[in-house]
Design a protein around this ligand. Structure first.
Ligand code: KG4
Ligand code: ZN
Length: 346
């Protein structure tokens, strides 16, 4: 069954066509980065306007990529899946409205998909041998620009919240630290590149692991520590970078501590739940250093870890269409009252 997926939760306008939850026929992602980079982050009002301007063209392009004719393809599609939470509400609304229009016009089932759950599914859809009975239960770690959370994954469509960030998301911390270091937006890839040339032991930023058994995260203290180290104690963002500060060393040292928190929390959750499989997803799961350290943990503890391919780490609609297929099979249907919801489900 072919599912059309739409994702507009943040600053990517994305549309995909996916067969049986696995085979990607089209996966269009139009990034708005050029519109936001001069502000050092996503400006919600600009994001929603840009989604409105491009959503129709991105839908048309996805049908072209799949070799399907938009006008006559209604009969080959089984459902319209759309990311309806969490995210920027004005951005989500554009995708939700487009999905409702298509579902109404074509008389097709509408399926609201949780964007965070879809980030987990991105790793599953890429693993050919991933069948629920072999992989589950698993612990899932979502590390993105807006979210950092651990889940106990019972099925492709059911995830119990175990812990999440108390302040900044890890991707947000990468973005803010990149801005402090003058590395531009988006910060994750920029820090990761700068860190390649740096010494990860150069600066000891203190990791916050919270209470002994806690599965919650905190990243804002490290961000402030980077600011003070780079621009002076109690400095503001605009202050000049101190002489002698190595951007590469600070990037590598920050990345090291951020990664160590993610690895430790995943290890705690795996131990506590006795799980043997970990699933990682979200934009930060593209980070090479994170993958190296998680792979090391997996080797030591004999876990299996699933990651998405790089193209499916950051926001995309293939993961929405993929998970939409399973929700449809579970009998999930939404009606035209489906609303955008900015809040993370716990
Ligand atoms: O999943 P995503 O596209 O958006 C949300 O759902 O929030 O994640 C975007 C985040 C950004 O914060 C970006 O800086 C980060 O993922 N990111 C990375 C890397 N690539 C993207 N962070 C660290 N290392 C990377 N290689
Ligand atoms: Zn995302």
């Amino acid at each position: 069954m072919l599912v059309l997926g739409i994702e507009t939760s943040c600053d990517e306008t994305a549309v995909a066509l996916v067969e049986n939850g696995r085979t990607i026929l089209a996966n269009r992602v139009l990034s708005q980065t050029p519109l936001h980079e001069k502000f050092g982050g996503v400006v919600p009002e600009i994001a929603s306007r840009a989604h409105v301007e491009s959503i129709t063209a991105v839908i048309e392009s996805a049908f072209d990529d799949a070799g399907l004719d938009l006008e006559s393809s209604r009969t080959s599609i089984g459902g319209i899946a759309v990311a309806y939470r969490p995210g920027l509400v004005g951005s989500l609304l554009v995708g939700v409205t487009a999905a409702k229009c298509l579902a109404l016009a074509w008389d097709l089932p509408l399926i609201g998909v949780d964007h965070i759950h879809a980030h987990i599914y991105a790793a599953i859809m890429a693993a050919d041998d991933a069948h629920e009975s072999e992989i589950l239960p698993a612990i899932s770690l979502v590390v993105s620009g807006g979210h950092t959370a651990l889940y106990f994954t019972e099925s492709w469509t059911s995830h119990l919240f175990l812990g999440g960030t108390m302040d900044d998301a890890v991707g947000e911390a990468f973005d803010k630290v990149a801005s402090i270091l003058g590395l531009g937006y988006p910060g994750g890839p920029a820090i990761s590149r700068a860190a390649e040339k740096g010494d990860r032991r150069a600066v000891r930023f203190k990791a916050s692991f919270m209470k002994k058994d806690s599965l919650d995260f905190s990243f804002s203290g490290i961000k402030t520590a980077v600011l003070y180290h780079t621009r002076g104690q109690n400095a503001r963002r605009g202050a000049a970078i101190l002489p002698g500060v190595s951007i590469a060393d600070v990037s590598a040292s920050f990345q090291e501590v951020a990664v160590s928190i993610l690895v430790e929390k995943l290890a705690r959750a795996m131990r506590r739940e006795g799980a043997r499989v970990a699933i990682v997803g979200g934009g930060v799961s593209a980070n090479r250093r994170l993958r190296e350290d998680l792979d090391e943990l997996a080797r030591k503890e004999e876990y299996r870890i699933l990651y998405p391919p790089l193209a499916l780490c950051t926001d995309n609609a293939a993961m929405i269409a993929g998970l939409g297929y399973w929700l449809l099979r579970d009998g999930k249907r939404d009606d035209l009252t489906l609303d955008a919801d900015p809040v993370v489900a716990r």
